[in-house]
Design a protein around this ligand. Structure first.
Ligand SMILES: Nc1ncnc2c1ncn2[C@@H]1O[C@H](COP(=O)(O)OP(=O)(O)OP(=O)(O)O)[C@@H](O)[C@H]1O
Ligand code: SF4
Ligand SMILES: [Mg+2]
Length: 374
């Protein structure tokens, strides 16, 4: 059920409504508008709220991969769990093929939605039942979603799915149990299980972070192939900004529950705008020296999300912090093409002009406030 709370920054969601996404009128496969999640947490003096996700908006088109990067606790998994509808949002809208699913099915999640939106979890072992064979794991979704009509068809489909994710010979893999597989093979089974129901959207939550470095590339290549061959729209959640550049068409950066920057992956990584994105990138080790460039703690913790103070959540760690940053939440500014940023350095947001903050004029956009484009 959607509980109404004041929208933390109504400008973003509103701008989304005004934006015409597709020139031909076809809605994106998935659109998220102003999604927020506040968890109640006990306190001595009554209930407080942990602001895990705040006003997240983005779209996913057919065959598009969008990466969400950010450090631990920034709200990446909560965003995926909200979209998978494993937990209800506090506010916001989720549109699948243009249909407002929270309005149409506010209490119960339909089988159709479960089929269309599939989630891949970080721990492939935890997501498989050790007592069942690989074949059984694939048989279940085929049965529940009535994808096949007889035993032969089911067996062929299972073998097809295993071959698609590179588990050959498929009949042999179908008979194995999860403990007889490597981490990478288990993650491939998780992909095959998700594919069994022919989803439109894959939510891949750190799908390679628990795998050996040597097999990560194979799983990334599999995701790339599924995008290209099957047109699956993928939300790829990761700590690893370098893998986002490799696989994702567009990348968004999350900090303390908010999306703070987004652009085409190459542009975001080559020309980051937000001080936090710059910090994240400066912490990526140089392949030659093995050392990161930064001396600032780029891997620090996000600030307390319980009843957070006003202003930019990155203010305490930001090398460019200004007075206004501690008082006013920055709005979203488009800084060229699909590149947008939420930072007072890049736009008046109605605040910098008033406070006389130090904005570089070359960087201030003159266009209207624009919502995140992912
Ligand atoms: N059920 C819950 N109840 C209370 N707080 C929660 C709950 N689930 C998540 N949180 C909090 O919400 C915040 C965001 O958590 P989330 O798991 O989305 O982060 P994340 O970006 O996925 O982190 P990681 O990279 O470590 O997986 C954290 O502060 C977390 O403690
Ligand atoms: S709004 Fe201010 S504190 Fe936040 S990232 Fe931009 S400059 Fe830094
Ligand atoms: Mg997570």
């Amino acid at each position: 059920m959607v509980t109404a709370v004041p929208n933390p920054s109504p400008g973003v969601s509103q701008a989304w409504r005004e934006r015409s996404h597709e020139s031909d009128g076809t809605p994106p496969v998935l659109e998220v508008r102003g999604l927020s999640k506040r968890f109640p947490v006990g306190g001595l003096f009554g209930t407080k709220y942990l602001h895990a996700v705040e006003d997240v908006s983005f779209t996913l088109d057919r065959g598009q991969t969008v990466a969400v990067v950010g450090e631990s606790g920034s709200g990446k998994s909560t965003t995926a769990r909200l979209i998978a509808r494993l937990i209800p949002p506090t506010a916001g809208e989720i549109l699948l093929h243009g249909r407002d699913v929270l309005k149409e099915e506010p209490r119960r999640v339909s089988q159709g939605y479960r089929q269309q939106v599939q989630m891949i979890f970080q721990d492939p072992f935890g997501s498989l039942n050790p007592i069942h064979t690989v074949g059984h794991h694939l048989h279940r979704p085929l049965q529940i979603h009535k994808q096949t009509h007889n035993k032969r068809e089911t067996r062929e489909r299972i073998e097809d799915l295993l071959a698609t994710v590179g588990l050959n010979p498929p009949a042999e893999f179908a008979a194995k149990h999860p403990h007889q597989l490597s981490g990478g093979q288990r993650q491939r089974v998780a992909f095959a299980r998700a594919l069994a129901v022919e989803p439109a959207v894959l939510l891949a939550d750190e799908p390679i972070s628990m795998l050996d470095v040597s097999i990560r590339m194979g799983v990334l290549n599999l995701m790339e192939r599924l995008r290209d061959e099957r047109g699956i729209a993928t939300l790829y959640i990761t700590h690893d900004i370098a893998s986002a550049r490799y696989i994702a068409d567009e990348t968004t950066v999350m900090y303390a529950g908010r999306m703070v920057e987004g652009a085409e992956s190459v542009e975001l990584i080559d020309e980051p705008a937000h001080p936090y994105t710059k910090l994240l990138l400066s912490a990526v080790p140089n392949p030659r020296s093995g050392l990161a460039k930064t001396t600032i703690d780029a891997r620090g913790e996000v600030p307390s999300l319980v009843d957070p103070p006003p202003g930019c959540p990155f203010a305490a760690r930001c090398p460019s912090v200004m007075d206004v940053c501690r008082q006013v939440m920055p709005g979203v500014e488009r800084i060229g093409g699909s590149h947008w940023v939420r930072c007072h350095l890049y736009g008046p947001g109605g605040t910098l002009a008033a406070t006389g903050g130090g904005v570089s004029p070359a960087r201030v956009t003159t266009g209207p406030l624009t919502a995140p484009v992912a």
